[in-house]
Every structure is written in structure tokens, then in C-alpha cells.
Ligand binder design. Structure first.
Ligand SMILES: Nc1ncnc2c1ncn2[C@@H]1O[C@H](COP(=O)(O)OP(=O)(O)O)[C@@H](O)[C@H]1O
Ligand SMILES: [Mg+2]
Length: 200
């Protein structure tokens, strides 16, 4: 709870003015999906493409943030909730700074994703569902995690021993078992253009 003597200070310069000098708007492009669904891969290529177009981006990825800000956070439902809440608050600060924020977290619970959606203005949270059947994810298994989870070596593994709640109405779905990485990136870029977040 905020202290009653801690009062929000309204700043003169708005987020729109911060973003305007960059020639694009700021928002959160929130990838969600099973482990190995392709969030990090698509998010990375998306950031690269945006940067080469001269856009100011920043990426936050699941495992990396657990090395720093969230290193005291585990994988229970309660901890995952706190993990996402902190990430959401940080992403919000970047939106305020005028940056195109890209995040790649499993974020398995709808309620937690909706919490982040509620932190920013309408249209500033773009939920991108990296959709891929769990059988394909388990087959890909780039980190060998499914193998361990199926052997019971990892508890609370999304899709195996903990649920993944599919997005109900995401802004975008990228089917990573059907589209190439490039096609997934193009789909996101087209969406950003259609919403005038970036220019053509
Ligand atoms: N269309 C695609 N989009 C994203 N990843 C793909 C695609 N096709 C194959 N892959 C592969 O699937 C794996 C996805 O891993 P990763 O991006 O780390 O997933 P996540 O971050 O969701 O856990 C990578 O090995 C990637 O090369
Ligand atoms: Mg990843």
C-alpha cells in the first residue's frame, strides 16, 4: 500500500511527447505461450526488425529477469503471479519512457496477463499468443525441460504439471507450428502498422 504522505507528482511532459520524438508510439507487445512455443525466438527477431527500422525497443525475457530483479521468485502459482506483476510494472515504466517493450514470458494465468493489461491504457497492451501444440513443443524441447518434466524432475511445469490458460481474446495469434519465424514477425509488424503504433 502506498503511504498516505507519498503523493504522486504529475510531470509536465507526457508519454506521447516522449514517444513522438522517436516517430513511433510506445506499447507492450506481450508474448505468451507454452515453453518452447517460440516466444523468445519470435520476440528476438521482432526486436531486431524494429531496431533496424530505427525504432526504440527493449526486450524482457522469462529466464533473464529471474537472474536479477526476480531472482527471489519461484514457480508456484503465487510466485508466478508476483513475477508477472513486477514485469508488468517495469514494462509500464518503459511504456511511459516512450519505448516499444517486448516481453516473452510463459505467463500461464489469464488473470495475471489481465493485471498487466490493466496497468496501461487501452491499446497499449498487445497480447500475442505464440500458439503451438504441446506435442510439438515437447518435440522441439530446446532446453530439455519437457524431458525432465515428464520424468517428474521439474515440478510445476506449465502444460505438464501446471495449467496453461489460453488467451481468450488476444490481439494476435502466431501459430509457430504453421508459420515461419519471419511470417510470425511480419504478422506482428503488420498489426503495429494497422494500429499506427509504427509507421509503414
Ligand atoms: N515459427 C517458429 N517460431 C518460433 N520458434 C520456432 C518456429 N519454428 C521452429 N521454432 C523453434 O522452436 C523453438 C522455440 O524455442 P523458444 O523461442 O526458446 O521458445 P519459448 O521462448 O517459447 O520457450 C526454437 O528452437 C525455434 O528455433
Ligand atoms: Mg523463452
Amino acid at each position: 500500500m502506498a503511504e498516505k504522505n507519498v503523493v504522486w507528482h504529475a510531470h509536465k511532459l507526457t508519454r506521447q511527447e516522449r514517444a513522438a520524438i522517436k516517430g513511433h508510439q510506445s506499447c507492450i507487445i506481450w508474448f505468451t505461450g507454452l515453453s518452447a512455443s517460440g516466444k523468445s525466438t519470435v520476440a528476438n527477431e521482432l526486436e531486431y526488425a524494429l531496431n533496424k527500422k530505427g525504432m526504440h525497443t527493449y526486450i524482457r525475457d522469462g529466464d533473464n529477469i529471474r537472474h536479477g530483479l526476480n531472482k527471489n521468485i519461484g514457480f508456484s502459482a503465487e510466485d508466478r503471479k508476483e513475477n508477472i506483476r513486477r514485469i508488468g510494472e517495469v514494462a509500464k515504466l518503459f511504456v511511459d519512457a516512450g519505448v516499444l517493450v517486448i516481453t516473452a514470458f510463459i505467463s500461464p494465468f489469464k488473470e495475471d496477463r489481465d493485471t498487466v493489461r490493466g496497468l496501461v491504457n487501452a491499446g497499449e497492451f498487445i497480447e500475442v499468443y505464440a500458439k503451438c501444440p504441446i506435442s510439438v513443443c515437447a518435440e522441439r524441447d530446446p532446453k530439455g525441460l519437457y524431458k525432465k518434466a515428464m520424468a517428474g524432475e521439474i515440478k510445476e511445469f506449465t502444460g505438464i504439471s501446471q495449467p496453461y490458460e489460453e488467451p481468450v481474446n488476444p490481439e494476435l495469434v502466431v501459430e509457430t507450428d504453421k508459420l515461419s519465424v519471419e511470417e510470425c514477425v511480419d504478422k506482428v509488424l503488420a498489426y503495429l502498422k494497422s494500429k499506427d503504433i509504427i509507421k509503414g
